[in-house]
Design a protein around this ligand. Structure first.
Ligand SMILES: Cc1cc2nc3c(=O)[nH]c(=O)nc-3n(C[C@H](O)[C@H](O)[C@H](O)COP(=O)(O)OP(=O)(O)OC[C@H]3O[C@@H](n4cnc5c(N)ncnc54)[C@H](O)[C@@H]3O)c2cc1C
Ligand code: SF4
Ligand code: SF4
Length: 409
């Protein structure tokens, strides 16, 4: 039968386009032992129409066809900037979009007592809700509840802005192809672990710390845009304590940054290049102080600096209307120098196999042991000492470093 059962597992991104378009409801998705979801076709129900294959972005991608323009940009708005991971470009475009009565879709996190931490694409309709979608969540977000709503909005002829990983953008564009009302932002993306992995990690942290995780930030701007460090807030008795969430000490974050725990398709991602799928591509402008030092100074790294690649006429239109952005034209090649995923997909090391085996045999606790062994007990202890000294130094300098703008999250 001509259906998506023939798609190689390592190219399926789990975008759910096939399930959404199947006219016979023959497709549902199931999670594998690592928590990644994959579609499954019931051959009994399948009517052999071939729609799922026609819509599957892994079969072919529609890249916009104009010459890309590249910018370094940020939005130095005190209210919005610190909640953004990079330069706040998403928030600026979302705000512009909402002011014109459009709706915006992006990944929002929730921490329900019963269900634990989850990330899913949600709609917002007013500017007070932008903070819900701001900030990177380093995990695959689910799209199943958002897709029908996007379809409904487009039918109502409302303008829809969708922001997500390139594979999600490709799916949305494919499903709602031809809609003049659909606008997209794709992220420079190096890959996603599953939500099950993150939930299991959180359970381990709760057990070790005898408390309840109440909030997570993957990139905490208070620590500086380039720090790639976050914070976990844990409640014990009646007080809430901050735990560092960073790549050296956290097995989840460390394995994420090292590229060992992504979905299989991320290692051959067809979107990891300078040819982009969204109307505008946004990411961190890593290395700008080396490639364009004058621009880095002008934009001020304290606020984060984003790379924005404008890939279509709709992208140009959005960029022109987001007048609150400070933006400077740069060469795309400059942005590519320090951004691996604008050139090629992420790679993993042999550690991935050890991690996945440990996970399927002993859960995240086993992964944690593998990680600790990998980073080495001696350097782990040395780094703890180093971090304690750094914390003391930072707390002395903190008040001068960055105004405290947080307060809504
Ligand atoms: C999994 C992941 C990997 C990334 N890898 C890189 C990288 O290697 N290099 C790089 O330059 N930039 C990367 N980014 C993008 C970068 O971290 C910023 O998200 C981007 O620069 C936008 O920043 P901002 O300040 O404009 O907006 P922000 O407010 O930081 O971004 C918000 C937008 O990101 C979307 N988003 C957040 N988490 C997810 C998610 N899990 N799935 C889908 N969409 C999500 C939200 O929908 C929202 O629209 C990654 C982002 C994610 C989510
Ligand atoms: S890539 Fe998307 S459309 Fe294709 S098989 Fe996987 S989930 Fe279905
Ligand atoms: S690396 Fe590619 S396949 Fe993986 S989540 Fe990102 S865009 Fe999707």
């Amino acid at each position: 039968m001509k259906n998506i059962n023939r798609i190689a597992r390592n190219t399926c991104t789990g975008c759910l386009a096939c399930e959404y378009v199947c006219p016979a409801n023959a497709i549902c998705h199931k999670t594998d032992k690592f928590g990644f979801f994959y579609p499954e076709v019931s051959e009994r129900i399948c009517i052999d129409c071939g729609w799922c294959l026609a819509y599957c972005p892994s079969e072919s991608v529609d890249f916009p066809l104009i010459e890309a323009e590249c910018y370094a940009a940020n939005w130095r708005n005190e209210t919005y900037n610190q909640q953004s991971t990079s330069g706040g470009v998403f928030a600026a475009i979302a705000k512009m979009f909402l002011s014109k009565k459009g709706v915006v879709y992006g990944a929002a996190a929730s921490l329900e007592m019963d269900e634990g931490y989850s990330v899913e694409h949600q709609e917002i309709e007013n500017q007070e809700q932008i903070y819900l979608l701001q900030g990177s969540k380093y995990v695959q977000s689910s799209m199943d509840r958002a897709l029908p709503k996007i379809g409904q909005r487009l039918k109502e002829e409302r303008d829809v802005l969708f922001c997500g990983t390139p594979c999600q953008v490709a799916a949305v564009k494919r499903i709602f192809h031809g809609s003049d009302h659909l606008y997209t932002l794709d992220l420079v993306c190096h890959g996603v672990p599953s939500q099950q992995m993150l939930k299991d990690y959180i359970s381990m942290i709760e057990k070790k710390n005898r408390g309840k995780v109440v909030k997570i930030e993957f990139r905490d701007k208070k620590k500086g845009w380039e720090s790639v460090e976050g914070t976990i807030w844990i409640q014990r008795n009646n007080s809430v304590e901050e735990l560092p969430f960073e790549s050296f000490f956290s097995s989840y974050y460390g394995l994420f940054m090292r590229g060992e725990t992504y979905r299989e398709s991320c290692y051959s991602c067809q979107y990891a290049s300078a040819d982009r799928v969204g109307d505008i591509t946004i990411g961190d402008f890593w290395g700008i102080e080396e490639t364009n030092p004058d621009i880095a100074e002008k934009l001020d790294k304290k606020y984060g600096i984003s790379v924005c690649i404008v890939n279509s006429e709709k992208g140009k239109q959005m960029m022109e209307q987001a007048t609150m952005l400070t933006r400077v034209h740069v060469q795309l090649q400059d942005a590519q120098i320090h951004s691996q995923n604008l050139n090629e997909p992420s790679k993993h090391s042999p550690l991935r196999q050890a991690v996945l085996s440990a996970y399927s045999e002993g859960g995240w606790e086993a992964v944690d042991r593998v990680y600790l062994k990998h980073v080495g007990l001696k350097s782990y202890v040395n780094n703890r000492w180093y971090r304690m000294l750094k914390k003391i130094k930072d707390s002395i300098l903190k008040s001068q470093e960055y105004p405290n703008l947080r307060g809504r999250a």
